[in-house]
Design a protein around this ligand. Structure first.
Ligand SMILES: Cc1cc2nc3c(=O)[nH]c(=O)nc-3n(C[C@H](O)[C@H](O)[C@H](O)COP(=O)(O)OP(=O)(O)OC[C@H]3O[C@@H](n4cnc5c(N)ncnc54)[C@H](O)[C@@H]3O)c2cc1C
Ligand code: SF4
Length: 523
């Protein structure tokens, strides 16, 4: 066998697995479709599409992909370090309802069992309280006051090194075992990649330490097939991401950690292939969830206020037991999303949404004219991310459709139209309007939401969920794939309930728990 364990993907689940298995003496290879990035490789703004976006067929080899599906637009990350390269660093812990959700509570006492692993995950990811209050936080606190919920507002815990701004320091996290770091300059560019070296991306903690302990990372390579070998173990077929050849590799065990948009389509195709993994559970692709998010942008023309300074997400307001809202930002100059926004409105069909948007513009035509003409979209707008724990699931399947360009690819189906992820949530609209009123702005959203009613998520989860057997889930509560020895799913697709908040800390904690069940390699 070439390796003891091959890991498909280097996001949160993959990086935790790589480190912990290398520490336990396994020969580990982690394979990553995207590129490896040094701080200076990240784009200065998101107008540099070649460095920011992932669309390799047209030469874009960046860290951010938008996948347009029938019922949801998914934002996700790519590269050595997975979603950590592009994410907004926020590390909240979900509420009790997540651990006690009926979808998985029968399998373990999740809150008790995960508690120590959340602690480890926070320490490893370098979680720290955001020290800088921005204008967006002041406004959100004001809204909290109006709602009688000031006690439910706080600054975020984020995976950022807050040393001396812009000053290099010897590894502050791992007693000298980790890389040198540079203090955060509050430049706001976390979601286009940190060019400073302050963001605690996985290549600066878990993956860095894993490679130091002998794990190998193969970038720019996609795993296209996994087939069992007659005498045990698996053979993985590889494809070079940007052309060229890659020889197959063999491994005793395989961990699927490609994130929902990588793992679920791969498992669906392996299930269809009689020589690959036909005995996978029929539940592959079921129970795909979002955080039931709504993304709004409050555009404040005039340039008097600068909303682009600070880390990407600076505070959170828990608006009720199951809902949260966070102010989010891009760094100065990052105005790509101005090409994709329309007035925010609600309505069940495209006609009523468009009519609502037109009414909004007609009521304040000058404001909208100025909003579309702002000089720096990032400085003059505040993104608001609204999320809630309420369930709404989809199924992912392989098929052809408008969104796949009539080629074979991932399509989505609604499980229950009544509980589908929605773009028009009156609570979110109300909060956005309150914010807009306080800052003298207008409230916009992505045109896919206004035109098509399709919500956007940066937090896609599920699709390879847990169950006690293959009839009820794809994996068991230790992430072992039902029906195949030595296969595991350890990433966002294994998250089997809706955390209702940004999920990376939870994926990390789950991966730490899964790894705690791996014995050290026998010499
Ligand atoms: C703009 C943005 C902001 C976000 N902000 C936050 C935040 O503030 N807090 C938070 O908690 N979460 C945030 N998220 C979500 C977070 O990034 C994801 O939840 C998280 O990265 C998922 O982790 P994962 O382990 O499932 O895999 P991922 O991190 O998605 O990594 C999977 C990796 O596997 C690779 N891969 C996939 N298939 C293959 C294959 N076949 N072969 C080889 N490689 C493969 C992919 O290229 C990718 O690098 C944000 C996401 C986005 C897009
Ligand atoms: S605010 Fe700027 S310096 Fe700080 S972590 Fe984000 S990108 Fe890096």
């Amino acid at each position: 066998m070439d390796y003891d364990v091959v890991i498909v993907g280097t996001g949160f689940g993959g990086s935790v697995s790589a480190l912990r298995l290398a520490e336990k003496g396994y020969r580990v290879l982690a394979i990553e479709k995207g590129k490896r990035f040094a701080p200076e490789d990240f784009p200065k703004t998101n107008w540099d599409l070649r460095r920011w976006m992932w669309m390799p067929q047209v030469g874009m080899r960046g860290i951010f992909q938008m996948s347009f599906l029938e019922h949801v637009t998914v934002l996700h990350g790519i590269g050595v370090g997975g979603g950590s390269l592009v994410y907004a660093n926020t590390l909240p812990t979900p509420k009790k309802t997540f651990f006690e959700a009926a979808s998985w509570s029968g399998l373990a006492d999740w809150q008790r069992e995960l508690a120590p692993h959340y602690e480890t995950a926070r320490r490893m990811l370098g979680s720290a309280r955001n020290p800088r209050v921005t204008r967006g936080d002041e406004v959100l606190r004001d809204i909290a006051r109006d709602l009688g919920r000031e006690d439910h507002f706080h600054l975020t815990d984020v995976a950022v090194y807050f040393g001396q701004a812009g000053v290099k320091a010897k590894d502050p996290f791992f007693g000298g075992d980790g890389p040198d770091r540079v203090g955060c300059t509050f430049c706001g560019s976390c979601m286009t990649g940190c060019r400073v070296g302050a963001k605690n991306t996985l290549d600066k903690n878990y993956l860095y330490l894993a490679e130091k302990r002998g794990a190998r990372v193969m970038a720019e390579t996609e795993v296209s097939s996994v087939r069992p070998l007659a005498g045990g173990g698996y053979r993985l077929e590889l494809k070079a991401s940007f052309g060229g050849e890659r020889a197959p590799v063999t491994a005793q065990q395989v961990i699927f950690a490609g994130g929902v948009m990588g793992t679920v389509p791969l498992l669906l195709s392996l299930r269809e292939d009689a020589a690959a993994l036909p005995a996978l559970s029929a539940r592959v692709g079921d129970s795909v969830r979002t955080n039931s998010e709504a993304l709004c942008g409050i555009i404040v023309p005039g340039g008097k206020e600068d909303f682009s300074r600070g880390v990407a997400i600076t505070s959170i307001l828990h608006t009720d037991e199951h809902s949260h809202i966070e102010p989010v930002r891009y760094g100065p100059g990052s105005g790509f999303f101005r090409t994709m926004v329309l007035p925010q409105t609600s309505g069940a069909d495209a006609f009523s949404r468009l009519a609502g948007a037109a009414r909004g513009v007609a009521r304040h035509p000058l404001d909208w004219l100025r909003a579309y003409a702002v000089r720096d979209f990032a400085r003059e707008s505040q993104v608001l991310l609204y999320m809630r724990t309420l369930e709404g699931t989809l199924s992912m399947r392989l098929g052809r459709g408008l969104y796949t360009g009539f080629r074979r690819g991932v399509v989505t189906k609604l499980d229950d139209p009544a509980s589908r992820p929605r773009s028009d949530m009156p609570e979110a609209l109300d909060l956005a309007n309150r914010f807009a009123q306080k800052v003298g702005g207008v409230s916009a959203t992505l045109l896919t939401e206004t035109l098509l009613g399709v919500p956007t998520t940066a937090h896609i989860l599920g699709g390879a969920c847990m169950g006690k057997d293959a009839r009820s889930g794809v994996i068991d509560d230790r992430h072992r794939v039902h029906g195949y020895d030595g296969l595991y799913v350890i990433d966002g697709s294994a998250v089997s309930a809706n955390p209702g908040v940004n999920p990376s800390l939870t994926i990390t904690a789950l991966a730490e728990r899964a790894m705690s069940h791996f014995p050290p390699k026998r010499s």
